[in-house]
Design a binder for this molecule. Structure first.
Ligand SMILES: [Zn+2]
Length: 68
């Protein structure tokens, strides 16, 4: 995890794919000659690294069609 805490924007929905942690550090293999572990930052494909998704408008009963 690259962020210390998940996203906490009050008017947005936490991304269900990453639970608010929009980016992660992924190791790219073995340690290099200096002993460091190379990592790359990868963004969540659903929220593109923001950790939140915009709220969708609520559906009204007139908008819902039920097929029987
Ligand atoms: Zn996400």
């Amino acid at each position: 995890m690259t962020g210390p805490t998940p996203a906490t924007i009050a008017n947005a929905r936490i991304c269900p794919d990453c639970d608010g942690f929009g980016a992660a550090a992924v190791s790219s293999g073995a340690r290099d000659a200096s002993g460091q572990l190379p990592t790359i930052a990868v963004d969540c494909p659903d929220c593109h690294g923001t950790g939140t998704l915009p709220l969708r408008p609520r559906l009204s009963a007139a908008d819902v069609e039920v097929a029987a």
